[in-house]
Design a binder for this molecule. Structure first.
Ligand code: 2RA
Length: 329
């Protein structure tokens, strides 16, 4: 069954990656509509060998026969236009954080909680990139070993902040001062992603904590997070410390992870094999390594999780959600 797809924010890094992923996965598209700001209207993008003209997004953009709209144009655009799209009978899959914690909006990682797509009422949210790559291994470990506590420490690529972040890194290496970040990112680490809240955590840290609870459907999970921007172009890395409710066998942890769709275990430290951003750029999987027991607690482990934040962290996960919808249109 072919569907009519709209992309809102078509010229952004995630928007352009939507097109690549839709092509790679042979998504069954009938008509394709590209929307962006006035500045980009009139320019063209190629998809499946044809050229498509970008239209300026406005209140009438969803009047044509659109079945699914993929949004990646920032929270303000999602807040304003997702309800308009929904009123026109469109199902919105939104990359922004605007709707993620809304009780009426499912937050989906297709390998983790595909069933939650059932209760969408027109808007589905794509989780934050760092949350997506974390909950994939956590879901399967939680099902078998029941997680009691999670400690996240992230090492996030500059592409998470868009082209501006990449420019700051590249310029910084050339000694040119930056614009996007509060400090120089070149040769540095900045423990500050998004804005600080009253509780001393950043919004990024609170997103990981709250979104993980929602996706794993367990508000009692004990979670803390420290999210850090590092001088890496693409690919977020996360050190995850987990405490289980009960004892476990490390070989079972390996086999559970190795047998999960979407996860690739890379863990052979004798040969210096472990996931690294530079090796996984442009792929759609979540890579797990450095799997080892945490001897400082009774039933704990440490794992190291890396994924392309623009693909599995955003565009690919969104397209996979849209694939769940095809037979429901
Ligand atoms: C970042 N996760 O890395 C946030 C939004 N993409 O900047």
């Amino acid at each position: 069954k072919k569907v009519n797809i709209a992309i809102v924010g078509a010229t952004g890094m995630v928007g352009r990656t939507f097109l690549k992923v839709l092509e790679e996965r042979n998504f069954p598209i009938n008509n394709l509509y590209l929307f962006a700001s006035k500045r980009s209207a009139g320019s063209k993008l190629e998809f499946n060998g044809s050229e498509y003209i970008i239209e300026e997004l406005n209140e009438d953009s969803f009047k044509s026969e659109i079945d699914i709209a993929l949004f990646s144009a920032g929270g303000d655009i999602s807040k304003k236009f997702a309800p308009i799209a929904k009123e026109n009978g469109v199902i919105v899959v939104d990359n922004s954080s605007a709707w993620r914690m809304d009780k009426a909006v499912p937050l989906i990682v297709p390998e983790v909680n595909p069933e939650d797509v059932q209760w969408n009422n027109g808007i589905i949210s794509n989780p934050n990139c760092s949350t997506i790559q974390a909950v994939l291994p956590l879901k399967v470990l939680n099902d078998v070993f029941k997680i009691k506590r999670i400690v996240y420490s992230t090492y996030q690529a500059v592409s998470g902040s868009g082209v501006g972040g990449i420019m700051d890194l590249e310029n910084g290496i050339e000694g040119i001062s930056n614009k996007k970040y509060p400090h120089q990112i070149a040769y540095n680490c900045i423990p500050h992603i998004d804005v600080f809240m009253d509780n001393g955590y950043t919004k990024e840290e609170m997103k990981m904590i709250e979104e993980t609870k929602k996706i794993l459907n367990d508000s009692k999970l004990r979670i803390t997070a420290t999210t850090v921007r590092v001088p890496v172009r693409h690919g977020h890395s996360i050190s995850i410390n987990l405490e289980f409710e009960k004892d476990f066998d490390l070989t079972e942890v390996y086999s559970v992870l190795e047998n999960t769709d979407g996860i690739i275990v890379q863990d052979d430290v004798e040969n210096n094999v472990y996931p690294m951003p530079i090796n996984i750029e442009g792929t759609n999987e979540v890579y797990v390594g450095r799997i080892r027991r945490d001897f400082s607690v009774d039933n704990g482990i440490n794992i190291w999780v890396v994924a392309d934040n623009i693909r599995k962290g955003a565009a690919t996960n969104t397209v996979q959600i849209a694939e769940l919808l095809i037979n429901k249109i």
